[in-house]
Design a protein around this ligand. Structure first.
Ligand SMILES: Nc1ncnc2c1ncn2[C@@H]1O[C@H](COP(=O)(O)OP(=O)(O)O)[C@@H](O)[C@H]1O
Ligand SMILES: [Mg+2]
Length: 332
C-alpha cells in the first residue's frame, strides 16, 4: 500500500535550508502533484522520498513503517525522470525488463511483466525495436514501463514531460492520468507547470522556497487560494492582484479577481482603456489600464468588439473577489 507520510522533514545542503520543515500525508492510490517555481525544492523533496538524498532531520513513513533510513532499493518506489536514460543497444523489451533482471528475477516472470506493461502503454508492437527507432513519447513510455514492471508501492515522476514538445506533452499528460486510473497506484508527480498540476492531480501541493503554501484539490486551490502566492500561481491567465485604493476600500491589503470574473459593463465599475486585445476565437483576453485598479486582465467573449484605445467599464462579479491581509493570507 502506497501511503506516504512526511513528518517534520528538513533538508539542508551545508548552510542552506532548502526545506525548512515539511509535514504531508499522501494517501494510498492518490495522484499528488508537487508544483512550484524552479528551485523551490520539488526535486529535493521527491529525492528525499525516494531515498536518493538523506533527510537532515524528520521522518518518512512508507506504508506504515519508518523508511527514513532505508536505502532506495528497499523503499518499493519507482522513479521516472525527465531524461529517460534508456540503453540504446537494447530492445524495448530488454530495456523494460532490465530492473527485473538486475533484481535476479526468473526470465519467464520478467517477460510476463514486461509484456503486461507494454500492453498498458501501447508498446506491444515496438518490443523488438531499439530506443533510437522510437519517438520521444514512446521513449518516455518505455521509461514508465521500466517503472511499472517493478510493481512499486508508488511512482515518483520528476518533470517527466519537460523534454517533449507541447502537443506531445498534452498527450502524455492524458496517458499518465489514464495509467493512474488503471493501476490505481500512488503517484507523486513533480512539475513547475500549473496546467499539468490542475489537469492531473487529485491533490496539489504548492511549494514555494521549500515551504508548503497550500494543499488541496485543483478546484479548492482555484476557488479558495489561501494566500497571494497560490492565487497568483494557480490559474492561467493569472488572477489579478490589486493593491492601493480599490483594495483599501474593501478593507484588504490586496484584492484578487480572476480574469473571467470581471464583466465588461456599459457604465459604473472600474473605468479603463483597453491596452491589448487578444482574440483566441473562444475567448478574448483584454489588458485594461484602469484608473484606480492598475492594469488588469479580463477574459471576455470571443466575439467582443473592443480594440486598443477603447474605453471600458469593468465590474467584478459579486462574491468573486478574494481579500488578502498584510501577511498575504486570505482574510476570513
Ligand atoms: N546537491 C545540492 N547541493 C546544494 N544545493 C542543492 C543541491 N540540490 C539542490 N540544491 C538547491 O536546492 C534548491 C532546490 O532545488 P531543487 O529541489 O532542484 O528545485 P526544483 O526541483 O523545485 O527546481 C535550489 O536552490 C538548489 O540550488
Ligand atoms: Mg527539479
Amino acid at each position: 500500500m502506497g501511503k506516504i507520510v512526511l513528518k517534520s522533514v528538513r533538508k539542508s545542503f551545508g548552510e542552506v535550508d532548502v526545506i525548512p520543515s515539511i509535514n504531508l500525508q499522501i494517501e494510498d492510490g492518490e495522484f499528488v502533484v508537487f508544483v512550484g517555481p524552479s528551485g523551490c525544492g520539488k526535486s529535493t523533496l521527491l529525492r528525499l522520498i525516494a531515498g536518493l538524498e538523506d533527510v537532515t532531520s524528520g521522518h518518512i513513513e512508507i506504508d506504515g513503517t519508518d523508511a527514513t533510513d532505508l536505502p532506495p532499493a528497499k523503499r518499493k518506489l519507482a522513479m521516472v525522470f525527465q531524461s529517460y536514460a534508456l540503453y540504446p543497444h537494447m530492445s524495448v523489451r530488454k530495456n523494460i525488463m532490465f530492473p527485473l533482471k538486475m533484481a535476479g528475477m526468473e526470465i519467464g516472470e520478467a517477460t510476463r511483466r514486461a509484456d503486461a506493461a507494454a500492453k498498458v502503454l501501447n508498446l506491444t508492437n515496438y518490443m523488438e525495436r531499439k530506443p533510437g527507432q522510437l519517438s520521444g513519447g514512446q521513449r518516455q513510455r518505455v521509461a514508465i514501463g521500466r517503472a511499472i514492471v517493478r510493481e512499486p508501492e508508488a511512482f515518483l515522476f520528476d518533470e517527466p514531460l519537460s523534454n517533449l514538445d507541447a502537443a506531445l506533452r498534452v498527450n502524455m499528460r492524458q496517458e499518465i492520468t489514464e495509467l493512474h486510473q488503471q493501476l490505481k497506484t500512488t503517484m507523486i508527480y513533480v512539475t513547475h507547470d500549473q496546467v499539468e498540476a490542475m489537469t492531473m492531480a487529485d491533490k496539489i501541493v504548492v511549494l514555494n522556497a521549500g515551504r508548503i503554501e497550500q494543499v488541496g484539490s485543483p478546484m479548492q486551490l482555484y476557488t479558495n487560494p489561501a494566500n497571494t502566492f497560490v492565487a497568483g500561481f494557480i490559474g492561467s491567465p493569472k488572477m489579478n492582484l490589486i493593491t492601493g485604493p480599490e483594495a483599501a476600500a474593501q478593507g484588504a491589503t490586496t484584492i484578487g479577481i480572476r480574469p473571467e470574473h470581471l464583466d465588461v459593463v456599459s457604465s459604473g465599475g472600474w473605468e479603463g482603456i483597453v491596452g491589448l486585445s487578444e482574440h483566441l476565437g473562444s475567448d478574448t483576453f483584454l489588458k485594461v489600464e484602469t484608473r484606480t485598479a492598475g492594469t488588469v486582465t479580463v477574459r471576455a467573449d470571443g466575439d467582443i468588439r473592443l480594440r486598443h484605445g477603447d474605453a471600458v467599464n469593468l465590474l467584478p462579479q459579486v462574491g468573486k473577489v478574494h481579500k488578502f491581509g498584510p501577511d498575504g493570507k486570505v482574510m476570513a
